[in-house]
Ligand binder design. Structure first.
Ligand SMILES: [Zn+2]
Length: 149
């Protein structure tokens, strides 16, 4: 093995090492099956997805990302769009929760997902910016991006 090759091998090994550490670090950016955003601190894990018709659906998964049915959870989404605030109510459809109305036009506005595990539990507020642009890295919409930026 000449020196150059040895250096290359070392560099490659370092790269793999860095990547592994990064991946472990980013467990909350786990790729959700439907390209949406994994909502933090939800159990079972909830995925927020803006559908093509701009309705929102919430899907649930076990820790190993197997689909599970919605049970007692309830969700309200508040979209703070340029055209004004919109509140979306949800109903159960199949195993998921689906919004009765659609997200306002445009994007780049703030969204609050009010998540209740049961009717009696305290609501959790999950805030993020709705960015519908497709990320060049992971090819998912930015609000569900799993890259490191
Ligand atoms: Zn990405």
């Amino acid at each position: 093995m000449n020196t150059n090759l040895r250096l290359l091998t070392l560099a490659a090994a370092l790269c793999v090492g860095l990547f592994t550490v990064n991946a472990a670090d980013k467990h909350d950016h786990k790729a959700t099956p439907k390209g949406g955003r994994l909502l933090e601190k939800t159990e079972p894990r909830a995925e927020f997805v803006v559908e093509k018709d701009r309705s929102v659906s919430i899907h649930f998964y076990s820790e190993d990302m197997k689909p599970v049915a919605a049970s007692t959870q309830s969700v309200t989404v508040i979209a703070d769009a340029a055209s004004g605030k919109a509140t979306l109510q949800f109903e159960k459809k199949g195993d998921s929760l689906v919004s009765k109305t659609k997200m306002p036009e445009g994007d780049g506005y703030n969204v609050v997902v009010q998540f209740k595990q049961t009717a009696n539990s305290r609501p959790q507020n999950l805030r993020f910016k709705l960015d519908m642009h497709i990320c060049g890295g992971c090819k998912r919409a930015e609000y569900g991006c799993i890259c490191d930026h």
